[in-house]
Design a protein around this ligand. Sequence first.
Ligand code: ADP
Ligand code: MG
Length: 334
Amino acid sequence: MLNRHVFRCCAVFVLALTGCIRDEPSRAEFVLGTVCNITLFDQARAQVYRDVFARIREIENHMSVNLPNSDIARINAAAGITPVQVHDDVFYVIERSLYFAGLSGGALDPAVGPLVSLWGIGTDNPRVPSQTEIDSVLPLVNWQNIELDYSARSVFLKQPGMALDLGAIAKGFAADEAAAIIKKAGLKRAIIDLGGDIITSGKKRDRSSWKVGIQDPLDNRGSYIGVVTVGEQGIVTSGVYERYFEAEGERYHHIFSPQRGFPADNDLMSVTIIADNAMDADALSTAVFVLGYEKGRALVDSLDGFQAIFVFRDNNVRITPGTDFVLTSEDYRF
Ligand code: ADP
Ligand code: MG
């Protein structure tokens, strides 16, 4: 008998530790399939909260696969038929996702939609598909068959049945947009946490740096393995524990190997990427998780301005040079 459960936790588990954050009013709303928590540390913030959440909702309306009128849904419905003109946000995010798809040799693939649907990840009925079913959708998962027309601002999926899914990158983009609105409003300090995609803005009141807790993949939300000190940066984690279901004693998580059609299976539990913006960190954390430690580490090392924290299944932790990370949990070791 099959015993299947869906565990849908609120995406990544990174807890912002700021010393004084507990006393500051913050605002949480459910958007982009997750709890988005924003903390503004300055006065005169009511309107800014409204503007930020309105913007995040707008991004969701453009990019959600599940809203039938979103640009992404329209592109998918027109796969193999016709190019679809899209909002500049959508064009930009697809363009960036193709950049990271190229960089990672297709480990990040925004055309992963048919696999996500086949496995039913994020629905009430996830299931393990047969190899035949997987083999039939794998040829559709190919970012090289996504065609951008820069002058028409349109997107075309060349094969019928192809489908975009921006789940690996959209939250990072939304976090960056939120940070930009807050800056423009003249607010000096903020933490934006979109289900674990974090971006910090400004400096803390005492001018010290932000400290962000890295979630313990094996423990409840809120307990962390250590603390990373960051500047004004994006900190994004992809992990096996975020969203998964169980079938016949096996656990299947939501980050797929586009080559194999199965959840990426390696010795990693999570990858955290720290970058100048949350979108690049989001794209790269998913890509590096799919690539695994050796290839993922090589990719991070080849890029300027990125740092990484790798948490392995055997509780080892590795960091790239320059990462200001302190291990605090006794269950983990370097
Ligand atoms: P989360 O969205 O939970 O924070 P990620 O940023 O790692 O985590 O994105 C995972 C989501 O991205 C999945 O739910 C799915 O929609 C999509 N996805 C899964 N595998 C891939 C992949 N190899 N390339 C691009 N997108 C993927
Ligand atoms: Mg991601």
